[in-house]
Write a protein that binds this ligand. Structure first.
Ligand code: PHE
Length: 495
């Protein structure tokens, strides 16, 4: 992040100066060039027309290490020339004395016409051809400014010179120049949209190049930890987990199989997310669909039904499941139709469900449900109450109360309340009941078999256990990862 004083300093500087160069500013302010560039970018993020910025490239020539040696103690050819004495010297001896660069120096000195090879003696001698020389290479390297293009190319080729290019920004006032920056909004809120205020506000651009901070390790989200606790409790009690890996469900399993009439308000788009594509589900078990149709329209198994014309088209509508009881319905139907006959079963699930809710501090459009079902001959309401006591006792909750309620799929039905010591009051923690005959009998479960069920949200107890008051602090895009990181690995809060 660029400290705001730096952006301000640059803007104030530009107010008096017509133009500035980022490299010069860096020097003047005694600040790294990169920081100046960053500050200019951050000013530009506040408005593209605040500044006119142009990227410029500066080229500069510098001597290579070899070039510096030449500038200091002469070119290779001049050194070779100097090594040739008045009376001449053998070529091999000269090259041996001249060090690493003698070969280049010798051929350059020959082509310059400074030396010649006297072949009248054997072996031939290298002799001086001129009495004095001017070491032009050295002189040119000492004053780089006056180089011709040809010499420049030559010296670059000889690796005596290198060209460096540096980039800087040439900055001047833009048409909307100002020395103060308006605060940029980072969030588009519902209020801004409703009031139309969004049209006046300036929004911060996304930085798609930002690198995220590398986490040192992973942490389990509180929801996952509490899910593990629930799973553990169910497993201890002999339940097995149902497959919940289909968020998209047919209305049939979510509602019809559960004896929820097709005119029920929950089946409205105001409460349920229907799927546009594919809008309808695949094949459903025909005979069973027939029995469901009958029980809805004319009744059966001692029930009068609802007395309306049941429509297959309504049952085929795909939706995002609104409760995990849809999963329980599928599993109970399978249990009733096992190849080797019915067998008592205890099932559980913990997974996401979706409802078209108005979002607030305690409601999101998606949340998790924890659900248990038991199917066995001769079960009674006492079995349900006893099971719930055992289940909640394992969770650390021992004071329970039940209140009669209505569910389309259970009768009797009970809301579950527990005493919350911290809040010193009874709070609702779940819903339960005995599945209606209109639901279990068309599935084909034996007549003496009853099915108990209960459900609760995973978020509610997690919020209570982790002291979180707003559900949006627990799930969703605003979750503070620090909350996840700081959450205790284990809690010792059981009774
Ligand atoms: N499906 C119910 C809910 O959404 C919970 C429940 C499950 C109630 C099973 C009774 C039996 O609240």
């Amino acid at each position: 992040p660029v400290p705001s004083e730096l952006t301000e300093r640059i803007l104030l500087h530009l107010e008096s100066a017509e133009q500035a160069d980022s490299l010069r500013l860096a020097e003047q302010f005694g600040i790294e060039h990169q920081k100046i560039v960053g500050a200019v970018k951050s000013i530009q993020a506040h408005g593209e027309r605040l500044l006119d910025v142009e990227s410029v490239t500066h080229k500069s020539l510098t001597l290579t290490e070899e070039g510096q040696a030449v500038a200091q103690s002469g070119s290779h050819e001049a050194n070779v020339y100097a090594a040739v004495p008045e009376q001449g010297i053998g070529q091999a001896e000269l090259l041996a004395a001249g060090g690493g660069n003698a070969k280049v120096g010798f051929s350059k000195a020959m082509s310059q016409g400074w030396l010649w090879l006297d072949k009248s003696v054997q072996p031939p001698l290298v002799r001086r051809k001129v009495a004095t020389i001017v070491d032009q290479v050295r002189e040119q390297l000492l004053q780089l400014a006056k180089l011709s293009d040809k010499d420049l190319a030559d010296y670059k080729k000889r690796k005596l010179l290198q060209e460096l290019s540096t980039k800087s920004l040439r900055i001047s006032k833009g048409p909307e120049f100002s020395t103060t920056l308006t605060k940029l909004e980072t969030d588009l809120t519902m209020e801004m949209l409703a009031s139309g205020q969004w049209q006046q506000l300036k929004f911060k651009a996304y930085n798609f190049d930002a690198l995220g901070a590398t986490p040192t390790r992973g942490q389990l989200h509180p929801l996952l930890k509490v899910r593990t606790e629930f799973r553990q409790i169910f497993l201890e009690m002999g339940f097995s987990e149902m497959a919940t890996n289909n968020y998209v469900e047919a209305s049939f399993w979510n509602f019809d199989a559960l004896f929820q009439p097709q005119q029920h308000p929950a089946r409205d788009a105001h409460d349920t997310f229907f799927i546009k594509q594919p809008a309808l589900c695949g094949p459903l078990p025909n005979d069973y669909v027939q029995r469901v149709s009958t029980v809805h329209s004319v009744g059966g198994y001692g029930s009068l039904g609802y007395g309306y014309k049941w429509q297959l088209a309504e049952a085929q509508k795909n939706l995002l499941r609104t409760h995990t009881t849809a999963v329980s319905a599928r599993n109970l139907f399978q249990l009733a139709n096992r190849a080797y006959g019915f067998k008592p079963a205890k099932y559980f699930s913990i997974d996401k469900v979706f409802r078209n809710e108005t979002l607030d501090a305690t409601h999101l459009a998606e949340f998790h449900q924890v659900e248990g079902v038991i199917a066995q001959a001769g079960l009674t309401l006492a079995d349900l109450i006893g099971t719930l006591h055992e289940f909640f006792r394992k969770l650390g909750i021992s004071q329970l109360r039940f209140k009669p309620t209505y569910n389309p799929y259970t009768e009797p039905s009970m809301e579950i309340y527990c005493y919350h010591g911290g809040l010193a009051k009874w709070i609702e923690v779940g819903n339960s009941g005995i599945f209606r005959p209109e639901l279990v009998r068309p599935m084909g479960l034996p007549p003496d078999v009853n099915v108990l069920g209960w459900g609760l949200s995973l978020e509610r107890p997690t919020m209570v256990k982790y002291g979180i008051n707003n559900i949006r602090d627990l799930v969703g895009p605003k979750v503070d990862l620090k909350m996840v990181e700081d959450g205790p690995i284990c809690r010792l809060d059981r009774d």
